[in-house]
Design a protein around this ligand. Structure first.
Ligand SMILES: Cc1ncc(COP(=O)(O)O)c(C=O)c1O
Length: 399
């Protein structure tokens, strides 16, 4: 047991911090990572990785693509990309009075955060024995990934305001030593609500039996992020992605921020070349000052459009309240039944299908999620797209 200083911006206290290394699966703790050819020698005539140095079999490579040396395996470490991510999150944290000492050794990159979710589960949870805790309604991949990894899922639902039921969560975690991970989505999908950082920190302080993973896929639409807190707390990991605020869902670049002791394990486990040269190059460019400005301007535009949708949607006859928070790039709205004006799954499903099949507008039906009766989740699009959504909803609900 080690004593560490933890400050959450408004508070500072001594916490007992069990090393995360003790929480890793025994096989992961002992893992000797694959050593790739380039870890040994980097210069000279490189004939040590069975690459093809004669041709790259794409007939129309651009000059820029040629510079990526696609016949070569990519850099498995990408320290420069990781440094750019640290710079971004450290600068934001400093502005919010949070710790700001992330370094590249606090990062593991994944093929989207979906790969990162799977990697954390594999690092910490023994198949057939261990469990994860989730807080529904939440992102569906946590359970899918648990099913793939043969892990049971314990649920402690969010409360009616879509906040964490912190005491109940702590009680469940403390009572069951086979729970090795608690996943909290902040801002939540589908709730759209940023969780309270103090609630998250309270759980990490009270529970030493596993890792609290905060999925911040949408954090740039609200914030602040918990990412920098991982340097002071071994049992906290934070997931981010370039898929949302950066508009790069097709790139597949997810980021796990973790204490060095956990990040070492995650980097040892990952396929050495999981991030392609093309992904790395685009991520590098997305993290330039000019690109970050585009990201921020885009976020501001989406936030403004979100406010417009929040004002307009409830005016449409047949729609009810906006449900959940306004901290992400989507909103949830209730579809009411025709007779009584109460939220209706049956009607929401009908409208959802009508929109997709006759109006060519596809939103997401979320009525089966806890406390989301009758809800459609609508991503905030461009102004024109949002105008169309409003128009087709009006049409569909009056038919
Ligand atoms: C909460 C949440 N986490 C993670 C993801 C997946 O992100 P990625 O594209 O990085 O795999 C999504 C995608 O919708 C999401 O909603």
């Amino acid at each position: 047991m080690q004593l560490l200083q933890l400050s959450s911006g408004c508070e500072s206290e001594i916490v007992r911090n069990m090393s995360v290394t003790d929480l890793l699966r025994p096989n992961i703790r002992k893992l000797v990572p694959y050593r790739c050819a380039r870890d040994d020698y980097k210069v000279g005539i490189l004939l040590d990785a069975n690459e093809n140095t004669s041709v790259t079999a794409v007939s129309d490579l651009s000059e820029a693509e040629k510079r990526l040396d696609l016949n070569r395996y990519p850099d498995p470490h990408l320290v420069d990309v990781k440094q750019l991510l640290c710079n971004l999150r450290n600068a934001e944290a400093a502005k919010s009075g949070l710790p700001a000492s992330l370094a590249p050794q606090n990062i593991c990159l994944g093929v989207g955060s979906d790969e990162s979710i799977d990697a954390l589960q594999r690092a910490l949870c023994r198949p057939g024995t261990d469990k994860i805790l989730i807080c529904p309604p939440t992102y569906g991949m946590y359970k899918v990934s648990a099913d793939i990894n043969d892990l049971s899922v314990v649920s402690v639902p969010l409360d009616e305001n879509f906040d964490l039921q912190t005491d109940k969560i702590i009680e469940k975690l403390q009572a069951d030593p086979t729970i090795k991970m608690a996943l909290a989505c902040s801002p939540g999908n589908p709730t759209g609500k940023l969780l309270k950082m103090d609630d998250i920190l309270k759980i990490t302080r009270a529970w030493t039996g596993g890792v609290v993973v905060v999925d911040e896929a949408y954090v740039d639409f609200s914030g602040p992020s918990c990412a920098t807190l991982v340097t002071e707390n071994e049992r906290l990991a934070v997931l981010q992605t370039l898929s949302k605020s950066f508009g790069l869902a097709g790139l597949r670049c997810g980021v796990t921020f973790a204490h060095e002791n956990l990040a070492i394990a995650l980097n040892s486990m990952k396929a050495p070349y999981n991030i392609s040269s093309i992904t790395a190059e685009l991520a590098r460019r997305a993290l330039s000052p000019a690109s970050i400005k585009i990201m921020r301007d885009g976020v501001a535009q989406i936030v403004a459009e979100r406010a417009r949708m929040v004002a307009e949607l409830p005016k449409i006859d047949g729609l009810g309240k906006i449900v959940g928070g306004l901290d992400a790039n989507f909103v949830m709205v209730q579809v009411l039944d025709k007779a009584g004006g109460v939220p209706s799954n049956e009607h929401a499903l009908k409208i959802y299908k009508l929109l997709a099949e006759t109006k060519q507008v596809v939103v997401r039906y979320r009525g089966n999620e806890l406390n989301c009766v009758g809800c459609l989740r609508i991503s905030i699009g461009t102004k024109d797209e949002n105008d169309t959504v409003i128009q087709v909803l009006e049409e569909a609900l009056s038919e």
